[in-house]
Design a protein around this ligand. Structure first.
Ligand code: G3I
Length: 354
């Protein structure tokens, strides 16, 4: 083979190895090597944002999972193991092993950790529900202090209170905490967490309040009230569990982010996934609609200085809390075989302001 032709073939083959979105056509006969997408974490860092995913400790021992997770993400949320039930299924006996494994993995891979969640009306140990009010207050305060203290120095942020606003937006959700401890339980949780870990950023986290509307307004009024009381709160997590057929509008999300920022708060997109089951499943056309939704919503965080990052509620369709309700929802960035989907490139383009 003539030297010029060899150089041409070699150039094309090397080009294919380093290409990003889409694959560079390779010359016939050139080695077919998988196209490794550019890492999200490099693009996010260049945009000044954290990029994360929710994981469970058991996933981290899977080499394929770990390789993709460590390559693309620098922010990890414990999907389950830092909640009250997995920590203290038996009253007085705490097991931090799951959360510790996640925190250790993060430290070994240059990642920050977001703890989730100190106070939530779900994932509660079975013994909590029957406690009389005085005992509940004692256990509530001990739990928040114990967990925040345990992870002090290893967790950059906490979802301190999760989903405390009623879905109607009419006020607080009528949880056992509100019933037995009063509305003050929210402020109390933030104050105890701050006292236990003064360095951690403290977030209120909720769903269906990403754009504008009754629930979004109620979240805004809640956090504004906390700030007025001098409660140590740093930000709001917008969960962003959306359906590709009916995402919140860009204008509404941008306006909501701006008004929270105007209070001096950070925002983050905290649990993003975009299901396609309600528009007919994971067809090529629907995966492109999914890409467009990921692109436009992540671009809003990139454009908002107060938005400090985006966390996806998982990153591979092999591990998602969503399945079955409307057919294959295929909600995440990578398919179950860890191949990057169009959604991945939508996020990468948003981070690169393309
Ligand atoms: O790990 C145990 C396993 O040992 C046991 O055999 C099995 C059967 O009981 O349960 C396993 O725990 C499950 C856990 O997920 C880990 O898979 C729990 O039953 C199950 O309830 C738990 O569901 C989690 C759910 O929150 C409730 O904690 C989901 O994974 C998690 O994705 C979901 O995440 C929530 C956020 O925290 C808040 N926002 C909404 C979001 C989706 O619901």
């Amino acid at each position: 083979m003539k030297p010029v032709l060899v150089l041409l073939v070699l150039g094309l083959a090397l080009g294919a190895c380093g290409s990003t979105a889409g694959s560079t056509p390779t010359a016939p006969g050139a080695p077919q090597t998988p196209v490794e997408p550019d890492p999200l974490r490099a693009a996010a860092a260049a945009a000044g944002k954290r990029i994360g995913a929710a994981v469970q400790a058991s996933y981290l021992t899977d080499p394929r999972f770990s390789a993709v997770f460590a390559r693309h993400f620098d922010y990890v949320t414990a999907e389950y193991e830092m909640k009250w039930d997995p920590i203290e299924r038996t009253r007085g006996s705490e097991d931090f092993s799951g959360g510790d494994a996640i925190a250790s993995y993060a430290a070994a891979h240059g990642m920050q950790v977001k703890g989730h969640a100190l106070v939530w009306h779900q994932a509660l140990p079975s013994w909590v529900g029957s406690l009389p009010a005085d005992d509940l207050r004692t256990e509530f305060e001990r739990h928040v202090r114990s967990v925040a203290s345990h992870y002090r120095g290893r967790v950059a942020a906490w979802d301190v209170v999760n989903e405390a606003i009623d879905d109607s937006g009419a006020g607080l959700r009528d949880t056992l905490f509100r019933q037995k401890l009063g509305d003050r339980y929210i402020a109390d949780a933030f104050r105890i967490a701050h006292d236990a870990d003064p360095q951690a950023l403290l977030f209120y986290n909720d769903y269906s309040g990403e754009g504008l509307g009754a629930k979004s307004d109620a979240i805004y009024e809640l956090v504004k009230g906390l700030l007025t009381q001098g409660v140590p709160i740093d930000g709001v997590g917008l969960q962003m569990h959306v359906r590709a057929g009916a995402p919140p509008t860009d204008d509404a999300v941008a306006s909501n982010m701006r008004r929270l920022a105007a209070l001096g708060l950070r925002v983050n997109i905290s649990e993003m996934d975009v299901r396609v089951g309600d528009i007919g499943g994971a067809t090529p056309a629907n995966l492109d609609r999914q890409r467009a939704v990921y692109h436009s919503l992540v671009a809003l965080c990139v454009a908002e200085p107060a938005c400090h990052g985006v966390t996806f509620w998982g990153f591979t369709d092999a591990h998602s809390w969503i399945y079955g309700a409307y057919g294959a929802d295929a909600p995440l960035l990578f398919d179950a075989q860890y191949a990057a989907k169009p959604a991945f490139y939508g996020v990468l383009d948003a981070l690169m302001r393309r």
